[in-house]
Ligand binder design. Structure first.
Ligand code: C5P
Length: 289
């Protein structure tokens, strides 16, 4: 069976990857650039319900609120949005998002025809600069939330903090947050604690972060082309001609293990995964722990 077929069943291991991806993974393991060491337990066979309860407890939203150093000295408490991220969904009169969609930028969403279905959700989350124009038929055109990549204060991959302050000043009404690194690393712990193999010691992908964010904000979330459909290919993004299996299966990010975990809490049928690349996940507010 291919790696993708194994993902549909929720039984993956790094040994199924191509030699090139296995080597890339090993290199990131030995580099361990974030100095991660995991001493926690590994739970071998939690049920979907137990997993959801662990996520609900461990994945409480946290953003940079300006109350901690170095941000407090820089006066950030006045820059960040006054409405907490966890209450973003209260903007709607109806009180909260009932249905949400997370749309990855995977090439496999091309020729899916899912645009209308995606736009029928109360809120739609997209990633980075993924365009909708020209791709509406397959990805829809509604965008409620975007997750943008970055790195952390002392050595960001991109110059993040100056532009953040400038953007806040220029668009004070736009709810624009920086996720707290402790939130991101707690999500990493959830993945490692439920995986027997050692996962890459790097932050989860923004796909995984976006999924757990929507589970905190919505009663139900549909995730599109994260667990790949039968359309899966090496095309990295639907909007550019760049081919690399690492985009879907991971090299830097523990993507394979993230996807396996999402498969374990998926309540939709396997036929949704095959045909639509669609997983169905409950909101934390609906899970009784
Ligand atoms: O590439 P980019 O970071 O913009 O993609 C957003 C997220 O979508 C990734 O973090 C990953 O979780 C998911 N993705 C995927 N397969 C792809 C491309 C992206 O699962 N081929």
């Amino acid at each position: 069976a291919s790696v993708v077929q194994r993902l549909w069943k929720g039984r993956v291991s790094a040994g199924m990857l191509s030699p090139r991806l296995q080597r890339a993974m090993k290199d990131y393991m030995s580099a361990n650039k974030h100095h991660v060491s995991y001493t926690g337990h590994r739970k071998s066979s939690q049920s979907a319900k137990e997993l959801l309860c662990q996520m609900k407890a461990q994945a409480q939203l946290k953003t940079v609120d300006g109350l901690e150093e170095p941000f407090s000295s820089l006066g950030w408490a006045d820059f960040v949005p006054s409405r907490p991220l966890g209450q973003l969904n209260r903007q709607r009169e109806s009180g909260g998002f009932k249905s949400c969609a997370v749309v990855t930028s995977a090439g496999a969403i091309l020729r899916s025809g899912l645009g209308k279905e995606i736009d029928s959700h109360d809120a739609v989350l997209r990633f980075n600069a993924a365009p909708t124009e020209g791709y509406e038929h397959d990805v829809g055109n509604k965008t409620t939330i975007r997750i943008i990549n970055s790195q952390w204060y002392a050595s960001p991959d991109y110059n993040l903090f100056g532009p953040y302050v400038d953007h806040r000043k220029a668009h004070p009404d736009q709810p624009f947050y920086i996720l707290h690194p402790s939130y991101v690393w707690r999500l990493w712990d959830v993945i490692q604690s439920n995986t027997q193999e050692n996962i890459q010691p790097n932050p989860p992908s923004s796909g995984f972060i976006g999924i757990l964010l929507m589970m905190a904000l919505c009663e139900q979330t549909h995730v599109y082309e994260y667990i790949p459909s039968m359309r899966q290919s090496d095309l990295c993004h639907y909007h550019e001609r760049y081919y690399d299996a690492a985009c879907t299966l991971g090299a830097y990010h523990p993507l394979l293990y993230e996807k396996n975990l999402i498969q374990r809490i998926n309540s939709g049928p396997e036929s949704d995964l095959r045909r639509k690349g669609r997983a169905t996940l409950p909101g934390f507010s609906t899970v009784d722990c």
